[in-house]
Ligand binder design. Sequence first.
Ligand code: SF4
Length: 62
Amino acid sequence: MPTCNECRSFFPLDENPDKGDCVQRVVDPRQGYYRAKPVTADQDSSKCSSFQKKSRAVSGNA
Ligand code: SF4
């Protein structure tokens, strides 16, 4: 099962990587902006139409 943790839009919290924000770019006719909502890393993303798999796992050393 794919999870939010594997999604490009998932940004884990520094203090608790099990939780994070789902940040998506939204474009409407007048403007583009980012919308964030809280999600958990293990949330099922199989039904999420916005899921995009990360190209590779992000490790701690950026
Ligand atoms: S809710 Fe959907 S778009 Fe957001 S992080 Fe999870 S899978 Fe990705």
